[in-house]
Design a protein around this ligand. Structure first.
Ligand SMILES: NC(=O)NC1=NC(=O)NC1=O
Length: 244
């Protein structure tokens, strides 16, 4: 099977890191392609960034589905799960967001989990997703490490800061698990878990495995109702390519 792991921001180094995290858990026979959109923000850490990430994400999915080797599933590898509903309308295969995947996975590991995201301004979005995914009774708190997305890789203190933020979150909330709130934290999940003594869930790994499961089960999403393909229409300006 072929799974497309889409980094909705345009930083190729993050795409490569995300794809490596996906490949580290993919089964033999599951090919992973890391995808970087042709347009969009270098990182996503505001509502504005998130809105401007969606056209590039959708273009990447359309491009895959129109190719000679369309993906069997798509992973939206940004913790805001940007454009997830729109992606599900245009993709005839399963589409999962990493926040959704991480929260469901963490909920299997105990009574409550905490989320540790990047900037404090993204806490509200994470809380919206907690509510949307029916996790209000399972998520005991959303916290921020205050490291900007693109500094996760460059800040020499990232690991230490994240370990402390995750430890504090778990202690304050009494949580049984931690959800990492950024795809750029994927490579630290195992280390943080070892240091704080409770499971730390990275949505890239969780999402890859859940997507692989859906494809293995050969469950094709419904093409009727709310997530039916969008009604054909003209789109103008730079969005013209998205229309008939
Ligand atoms: N909470 C976040 O900042 N998430 C993210 N921003 C990105 O650019 N990728 C993420 O996963």
């Amino acid at each position: 099977m072929l799974l497309s792991v889409i980094n909705p921001n345009t930083t190729v180094a993050m795409t490569d890191q995300i794809a490596a995290a996906a490949r580290s858990v993919a089964a033999p026979g599951t090919d992973i392609v890391g995808v970087t959109p042709t347009m969009g923000p270098a990182s996503i850490e505001s509502h504005y960034d998130e809105a401007l990430a969606v056209p590039g994400l959708l273009e990447a999915i359309i491009r895959s589905q129109r190719s000679e080797n369309p993906a069997d599933g798509h992973l939206v590898a940004c913790f805001g799960d940007p454009g997830l509903d729109a992606a599900r309308e245009i993709a005839p295969v399963p589409v999962i967001g990493i926040a959704e995947a991480a929260m469901h996975t963490a909920s299997l590991l105990g009574r409550g989990f905490s989320v540790v995201t990047t900037l404090g301004r993204t806490i509200g979005r994470a809380e919206e997703l907690v509510d949307r995914y029916g996790m209000t009774k399972r998520c005991r708190g959303v916290h921020a490490c205050e490291i900007p997305v693109l500094e996760l890789e460059t800040n020499p203190d990232t690991a230490a800061i994240l370990i402390e933020a995750c430890r504090t979150a778990a202690e304050e909330d009494g949580s049984d698990a931690i959800v990492l709130g950024c795809a750029g934290m994927a490579d630290l999940a195992h280390l943080i878990g070892q240091k704080i003594g409770i499971p730390v869930i990275d949505g890239v790994a969780a999402g890859t495995l859940l997507l692989q499961s859906l494809v293995t089960m050969q469950v094709t999403p419904a093409s009727s109702g709310e997530l039916a393909p969008p009604p054909p229409k003209r789109y103008s300006g730079i969005l013209a390519q998205f229309g008939e």
